[in-house]
Design a binder for this molecule. Structure first.
Ligand code: PEP
Ligand code: MG
Length: 761
């Protein structure tokens, strides 16, 4: 242990040197030797740190200081401060200083000028070389000059005694004496762009790289202060999915002082894509080399300076889950059943009830709480994201709460009628989002199931009938992508528009058309970018007047006796043309940016005139029909019965909105619990309309699809495949189930045909 020199060069380090240079240093050395472009530098060894403690005689005092009760926050903070001061204020022996200075001078010689360096902590435990202390110690960026490097090394050493690091070691059962620290001194990459990469999917282990990138130095992403662009590359096909984020800030080196500063990203770069396809492939190629070298998926930090890609760190991915699905469902045990409703989003989870009766109470919902409310609205999405589960009094399986919970992967039970009055604030309950039951107390082994859906993607069957996904909020894009869906069969824009908080007319009255278009474009771009080149059918506005009235500027909305049969869907947009045109302008901007995967879908069509007029307005905006598909929802029996006349207007696709088609065919309000027992999407009349439309579409080469809730039911999916539908669009949580049902049905059809042939012979 003591024979190691103070300084070793990265190129001389190998994986077996973890005890001297920590995991970080050793992995950099390994990569340099595998010819990965890693910025050069050296490590001040853990042995040097140890000799510092011993030779200066501070060990005893130091370790005595650390002997505190770590659950006493005040005592812990005091001990940490005292220990850090001791390390910082004790003079480093001259010979060690000289070794570090000589190494920095050698680096200067190699670089041709005094380089800016990063001084990174790389901690390790003597006996347990693989122990991970990632993120517990500090890193110092843009250090220049030999003396400053010496100071930064000593600061790294002191960071071994931060309160968080002490707490972590005690809780993990490590002796402070057995934990050492090395400092990696590495030439800084003055990156124009940087980020991280998982060489394989960090949840499922599927061969799908996930790369995040933003402008400037990597610190902004690592610290979580910026939302980066996300790119997904299917490693087999090299197909790229892109989600462009709004990158508001960047960390850069101040050219004058050399200090690391945070500044605003110039407006034109905020929504600009950070990485080109070519750069993505270069980063991926390096990731694959590293993964091959180590034989396991890696979590890599990369940086690009003047077009050159560097790898600044790599460590194994430790989050890949195995056999997650098996744990999802649990016994009902002895717990008392408190309430029943509709299981709207699967997963079972326990937590503390927070009853929310008005919007200004949303802050009360903390991470992990069970949010209980009458009904959710788009303003509630941030709180819904924090909630562990959602329970509502009202609403059905197609209500806002149900749709958004499924997209967020949060278990939900809706339509309990009395959750807000029967449950009490602070009560501990378990929500079963599959069966629609709320139990008192904590159920054994209760846990949410969302990861299970993702885990099976690796082995997804290929189906001739495409299986797509429904989306309403841009935040759910990642989860929607993770299903491996063949596209988006329904993107509901009204959730995005209502989520803006201001009525579209408010923007028009305040002459802020551009702001509306920009905001809407941001949400839609996230989805069409992520799925490109897979199709995304974006549906134009379909919000009833009663939902619009709630918004700022919505006071003028007419009071209608029955909003479901009122001024909504395409009939409204054809009168309220300015709002229609603003939506179309967002599509046009995206199409002009090269997103040729957009389909414009018109809701609630009931007459060919509506299609004709809508197409005229679409053309008047300058949208080229060669670059976009146009289709209609089949939600009104009339549109099914005269489908030939609608097809004659020139449409590329139809999609069954069975939520509405069922209510209008059966005269059963989809939101009315009193008649819910009659609501049946598989009623023979509904199926007859659907079958008729599919046959007409197949004769005329028009694509047919379904995006209503019925498309998420595997039994319905089987029927639709036999009818010859071209695609089925399901909710995020149902894509896998539906894909399996589709695959099985397709095989059965082939088998039946083969048997028929054999019988004929
Ligand atoms: C439908 O009616 O089935 C549909 C998908 O539209 P929405 O649920 O938004 O009315
Ligand atoms: Mg509908």
């Amino acid at each position: 242990m003591t024979d190691k020199p103070t300084v070793v060069w990265l190129e001389d380090v190998r994986i077996e040197d973890v005890p001297s240079v920590g995991g970080k240093g050793a992995s950099l050395g390994e990569m340099i030797n595998a010819e990965i472009p890693v910025p050069r530098g050296f490590c001040v060894t853990a042995q040097a740190f140890r000799r510092f403690l011993d030779d200066t005689g501070i060990s005893n005092e130091l370790f005595a200081t650390l002997d505190v009760n770590v659950d006493d926050t005040k005592a812990l903070d005091e001990a940490a401060k005292k220990a850090k001061d001791l390390v910082l204020k004790t003079k480093m022996p001259e010979h060690m200083q000289n070794d570090i200075i000589a190494a920095y001078e050698e680096l200067t010689k190699r670089e041709g000028a005094e380089p800016f360096v990063a001084v990174r902590s790389s901690a390790t435990a003597e006996d347990i070389p693989e122990a991970s202390f990632a993120g517990q110690q500090e890193t110092f960026l843009n250090i220049k000059g030999a003396e400053n490097v010496v100071v930064a090394v000593q600061k790294c050493w002191a960071s071994l005694y931060g309160a968080r690091a002490i707490f972590y070691r005690v809780k993990q059962g490590f002796e402070h004496e057995s934990v050492n620290i090395s400092a990696v001194v590495q030439k800084m990459v003055d990156s124009d762009k940087s980020g991280v990469m998982f060489t394989s999917n960090p949840t499922t282990g599927a061969p799908e790289a996930i790369i995040e990138g933003s402008w400037g130095l990597g610190e902004a992403i690592v610290s979580g202060s910026v939302s980066p662009d996300t790119y997904r590359i299917e490693r087999m096909t090299r197909e790229i999915g892109v989600i462009i984020a709004t990158k508001k800030i960047m960390v850069v080196k101040d050219p004058k002082t050399g200090a690391t500063i945070t500044k605003d990203v110039p407006a034109y770069m905020q929504t600009k894509r950070v990485l080109s396809d070519e750069e993505l492939y270069r980063i991926l190629d390096l990731g694959e080399l590293i993964e091959d070298h180590y034989g396991s998926p890696q979590d890599v930090e990369w940086a690009i300076e003047k077009g050159q890609v560097y790898i600044v760190q790599s460590r194994p991915v430790t989050t890949i889950k195995k056999e997650e699905g098996a744990k999802a469902t649990v016994s009902t045990g002895e717990q008392e059943k408190l309430l029943e409703g509709l299981g709207a989003s699967p997963g079972q989870i326990s937590g503390r009830v927070k009853i929310i009766l008005s919007l200004d109470e949303l802050d009360r919902v903390l991470q992990g709480d069970i949010m209980v409310t009458r009904m959710t609205s788009p303003d509630m999405v941030p709180a819904m994201r924090r909630a562990a589960a959602i329970v509502t009094d009202e609403g059905g399986l197609t209500s806002h709460a149900a749709i958004v919970s499924r997209e967020l992967g949060v278990p939900a039970v809706v339509g309990t009628k009395e959750a807000t009055s029967k449950l009490t604030d602070g009560q501990i309950v378990t929500v079963d989002g599959e069966r629609g039951i709320i139990y008192s107390g904590i159920l054994e082994r209760a846990e949410a199931a969302p990861a299970a859906a993702a885990a099976a993607v690796a082995a997804k069957p290929v189906t001739a009938t495409e299986v797509k996904v429904n989306l309403s909020i841009a935040e759910a894009t990642e989860r929607a992508m993770a299903t491996g869906a063949d596209g988006v069969g329904l993107l509901r824009v009204e959730h995005m528009i209502i989520g803006l908080g201001k009525h579209p007319h408010w923007y028009i009255e305040h002459n802020k058309h551009d702001e509306f278009i920009r905001e809407l474009e941001k949400g839609i771009r996230t989805v069409v970018g992520a799925f490109f080149p897979r199709p995304v059918w974006v549906r134009t506005l379909d919000a009833p007047t009663d939902e619009f009235r709630e918004m700022e500027g919505g006071e003028e909305e007419p009071h209608e006796p029955n909003p479901m049969l009122g001024w909504r869907g395409i009939r409204r947009d054809l009168q309220d043309t300015e709002v229609f045109k603003m939506q179309l302008q967002t599509f046009k901007n995206l199409i002009d940016d090269g997103y040729t995967n957009i389909g414009i879908m018109l809701p609630l069509v009931q007459h060919p005139d509506e299609v004709r007029k809508a197409k005229e307005i679409i053309a008047s905006i300058g949208i080229d029909f060669k670059k976009v598909d146009v289709g209609i929802m089949i939600e009104v029996p009339a549109s099914a019965l005269i489908i030939e006349d609608l097809i004659a207007e020139g449409i590329d696709f139809v999609s069954f909105g069975t939520n509405d088609l069922t209510q209008y065919t059966l005269a059963v309000d989809r939101n009315n619990e009193n008649v819910a027992y009659l609501y049946n999407e598989e009623h023979p009349a509904v199926l007859k309309l659907i079958d008729y439309v599919i046959q007409c579409c197949n004769k005329t080469g028009v694509m047919s699809s379904i995006c209503g809730q019925a498309g998420s039911d595997p039994d319905m999916a089987k029927k639709l495949v036999r009818m010859g539908i071209s695609s089925i669009s399901a909710n995020i949580d149902a894509v896998e189930r539906v894909r399996d049902a589709v695959a099985r049905t397709e095989k059965q059809i082939i088998l039946e045909a083969a048997r028929d042939l054999t019988e004929e012979e």
